[in-house]
Each structure stands twice: as structure tokens, then as C-alpha cells.
Design a protein around this ligand. Structure first.
Ligand code: CA
Ligand code: CA
Length: 251
């Protein structure tokens, strides 16, 4: 509400998106796309941190964080900011320049929303991991997409088999079905992922669907998970179902 494109949690921290990078850093944008991070005030000094680049003067703490992320991308792990002088120092980990925050500087360190913070939760199985949030409300496919987007997320996509296992763990004990981010609305039988618009691979197609699915009964274009034990099914997109939002993690 305070600032367009900058989402904040109401409890204590700042939440900002780095999706804005795409315009400025097209190459690096892929790695940071959709990543939602927040900077939380640190109380025990700047131990273990190093300075990235020089000090700058910015109009606000948020501008300081924005500057750090834009200039240093994933290397930006912290900033120090002095409210009085508006002096901003971008910081990282394990750099060569020693970190010497001034007495009146406050230090803020980066964490992803999935580091145990609501509402998203990190689910892992072996090396596969996903940052997911399961809805408690039931809405149609279009609104589910919108709701995920509002949280700087997207409906879950499953481009590797290992992620299906993560999904199973995430929904265990929960009543479904859930919308996932896959539909053939544009062209019948051509199922595409919502995050990048790519058509599903034949490998994943056969991994997800049993031989009777998808069946497009009466025009079904949107995919759910979990309506028959552990099956994926195409459903009418205007049905109200639960849904699963995902934040893409840095890889
Ligand atoms: Ca269809
Ligand atoms: Ca169906």
C-alpha cells in the first residue's frame, strides 16, 4: 500500500521483490526472478559481514535495500543504514572489505520469506525443495492465479519428478483437490505452465497424468492435484478449488 510493487508484511519486517530487476539486469534477472526477500533488523552488530562497494546516501532504508539488491543481486545479504545521515552501506558475506558499521547505524539482514516466515513454508525431500503456501479458500483457476501473483508467487509448477514428491508431502493430511499452475486454455491438449508459458514436456506429462487423463470432459482446461488419491486431473476452470502458490527459489 505504501509503495507500488513493494509488499510489506504487517508484523515487523520489510518484504520486497526483486522482480523489478528484469528491466535493469536482464541476464541476472533469471536467478532472482520472483524471489521474495525481506530485510530484518539485526541486533547483534555486523559480525561476519563485509562491505560491498562504498557508502551512499539514499532517501530511505527501502531505497538503500533496493540499491544494494540492484547493484549486487544475490551477493547483497545486508545493509547498514543511518536514519539521521541517511548513509547506506551495502553488505555481503565473506568479502574482502571489512565491515565497520558506525555506532548509530542499524543493520538489516536478508532472509527469504521461506526461512520459516508466514505464510510460505519450505518443503524439502532430499535435494528437491519448494517454497509453498496452501490456500484455505476455494476459488476458480483465474482467481487462484491472481491471488498467487499478489503474493509475488505463482501457482505451483512441476517440471521435475522430484517436485511432485515435495508436493505430495506438502498436501499430506490436507483435503483437496488443489489447482496447480498448468492449463490448456490457449490450445486444447497443449498444457502450459503458468510461470513461463512453456508447454509441459512429454516426460512430465506422462509422470503426472494417468492414461485416462486428461479427458477434457465437457471442456476441462485447468489441472488439479489430489482429487482421487493422488491423481492429476483436468477440471473446468470455473470450479472453486483450493490452490497452491509457489515462490521460485534462487538456484
Ligand atoms: Ca482441455
Ligand atoms: Ca478431467
Amino acid at each position: 500500500m505504501d509503495s507500488e510493487g513493494v509488499f510489506k508484511w504487517v508484523d515487523d519486517g520489510l518484504v520486497i521483490t526483486s522482480a523489478m530487476y528484469s528491466a535493469l539486469f536482464p541476464e541476472q534477472a533469471l536467478a532472482l526472478k520472483s524471489q521474495v526477500v525481506r530485510f530484518k533488523k539485526k541486533t547483534n552488530g555486523g559480525l561476519g559481514m563485509t562491505q560491498l562497494g562504498g557508502q551512499i546516501v539514499t532517501t530511505s532504508l527501502l531505497a538503500c535495500i533496493d540499491r544494494c539488491l540492484k547493484a549486487h543481486q544475490e551477493k547483497c545479504f545486508c545493509v547498514s543504514y543511518n536514519k539521521g545521515t541517511k548513509r547506506c552501506t551495502p553488505g555481503g558475506l565473506n568479502g574482502v572489505r571489512a565491515w565497520q558499521p558506525q555506532a548509530l547505524d542499524s543493520i538489516y539482514t536478508r532472509e527469504t520469506v521461506c526461512d520459516g516466515h508466514q505464510p510460505f513454508k519450505l518443503y524439502t525431500i532430499n535435494s528437491a525443495m519448494s517454497c509453498l503456501w496452501l490456500s484455505n479458500d476455494q476459488v476458480d483457476y483465474s482467481l487462484a492465479n491472481t491471488k498467487c501473483t499478489t503474493m509475488h508467487a505463482h501457482l505451483i509448477t512441476l517440471k521435475e519428478r522430484s517436485k511432485v514428491e515435495v508436493l505430495k508431502r506438502a498436501v499430506s493430511g490436507r483435503k483437496g483437490p488443489f489447482w496447480i499452475g498448468l492449463d490448456d486454455m490457449d490450445s486444447e491438449g497443449n498444457f502450459k505452465w503458468v510461470d513461463d508459458g512453456r508447454v509441459i514436456t512429454t516426460t512430465m506429462y506422462s509422470a503426472l497424468f494417468s492414461k485416462n487423463k486428461p479427458d477434457d470432459q465437457g471442456g476441462e482446461d485447468c489441472v488439479t492435484y489430489g482429487d482421487e488419491v493422488d491423481f492429476f486431473n483436468d477440471e473446468k476452470c470455473d470450479k472453486n478449488e483450493y490452490y497452491i502458490c509457489e515462490i521460485s527459489l534462487l538456484t
